[in-house]
Design a protein around this ligand. Structure first.
Ligand code: GLA
Length: 382
């Protein structure tokens, strides 16, 4: 957070729900320990908790269901807070009809063509849930799992460790995948995600976060006025099933050129075949920096009206920009307003879609003894 550096304990009570409060010990130099409340119960009685964190002027609420960012509040240039992430105010909607609102995505963010791939001479068939394709890990991806959550306060940082172990063969993927995701709010109000995973058999993995951003506040209408910059000269065009063709096409001279800041709505109605197929932007940008040892800046999103900005840094080689094309007015957010097409957008840091079937794309293979590690940092400003 580039303006405010206030540190206030997060509000504990979910609307209509009271539950045990965990933690609450103030730290001398940093944030307060995250606060836990009951958010709801699954059909089998499993309790789902909501954790509230606040640091450096950013307020974050996270569910143990799917590691979902249920709310992320930041101030505008006049200090007025808004929740800038789309979601729901109740667990039932997350379970029944979420389009991955705020969720952790695994084992494989984005699509794998026909849900098939071959690794070390063995053929694998994954759970298919998007026409012929496997999307975001299959019918029961990491977004539909209950994660073990451990809060922490470390120096001036506050955060959550989230753990999920995916058993060998789950959704068709080989290997027991032990996953640890750390959400950190820094004293500057940055939200950092560190992903880690290990396996006991060769497998593929591509973890990401599926927050739907609207910097004017969720429920406030279209994101077409938001300005976006993506540090990429190429993108991966797709076929009709949104599977990359394998080509790394130049963005120059096309609606896909966000190398210099432009409003999202400027070219979104261009009848470019790639925009028609995807009903808007739903593509992977090939980040110019490539894979890097440390997170580097790759995108800036800005809402000119409120002044709120989001900057993204990552060590990943790709960024999926999805302009909320499938939102159709049937889902209602916490504000009580519905989400229509283009009312929120996703910026998913990742390896490229369908990499297991594209030998020329950076590899997503993870082998026993290796540790998968990626980091994405969201910096907010106004
Ligand atoms: C990703 C995909 C989109 C869509 C959304 C969820 O961003 O690329 O095509 O499936 O998730 O609706």
């Amino acid at each position: 957070m580039e303006l405010s550096r206030r540190t206030v304990i997060a509000g504990a009570a979910a609307a209509g729900v009271t539950a045990a409060t965990v933690g609450g010990t103030a730290h001398a130099t940093g944030g307060r320990k995250p606060v836990k409340t009951l958010f709801g119960k699954l059909a089998d009685g499993t309790k789902v908790y909501r954790w509230s964190l606040e640091n450096g002027g950013t307020r974050l609420k996270v569910l143990s269901w799917g590691g979902v960012v249920q709310s992320l509040e930041i101030p505008d240039r006049r200090g007025r807070y808004a929740n800038v992430s789309a979601g729901f105010d109740n667990l039932e909607d997350y379970v029944a009809k979420t389009p991955y609102f705020g969720a952790l995505i695994g084992r494989y963010g984005n699509r794998i063509g026909k849900g098939k791939f071959t690794l070390d001479g063995k053929n694998y068939q994954l759970s298919v849930n998007d026409g012929e394709q496997s999307l975001h890990g299959g019918t029961q991806g990491f977004d539909k799992r209950v994660w073990d959550v451990e809060p922490f306060v470390k120096g001036s940082d506050v955060g959550l460790h989230l753990y999920y172990t995916s058993v060998d063969g789950e959704m068709g993927y080989p290997g027991t995948l032990k996953t640890k995701v750390t959400y950190t709010l820094t004293r500057h109000g940055d939200w950092r995600i560190d992903y880690e995973a290990t396996t006991d058999k060769a497998t593929v993995v591509n973890l990401t976060s599926h927050v739907y951003w609207n910097l004017a506040g969720e429920g406030s209408g279209t994101i077409e006025d938001h300005e976006l910059q993506i540090a990429a000269s190429r993108y991966t065009p797709t076929d009709a099933g949104l599977i990359p063709t394998g080509e790394l096409a130049k963005v120059a001279g096309t609606p896909f050129d966000f190398s210099r800041t432009k409003p999202i709505g400027r070219d979104i109605r261009t009848s470019h075949p790639q925009l028609v197929t995807a009903k808007g932007f739903d593509h992977n940008w090939v980040l110019d920096k490539g894979i890097t040892a440390r997170p580097e800046h790759v995108a800036t999103l800005r809402d000119p009206a409120s002044g709120r900005t989001l900057k993204i840094a990552t060590n990943e080689p790709g960024l999926q920009f999805y302009s909320g094309n499938f939102l159709d007015g049937t889902l209602t957010g916490p504000s009580g307003r519905t989400y229509r097409q283009g009312d929120a957008l996703c910026l998913e840091t990742q390896h490229f879609p369908d990499s297991p079937n594209k030998p020329k794309f950076p590899s997503t293979v993870l082998r026993p003894g290796q540790t998968y590690r990626t980091t994405t940092i969201h910096t907010f400003g106004c």
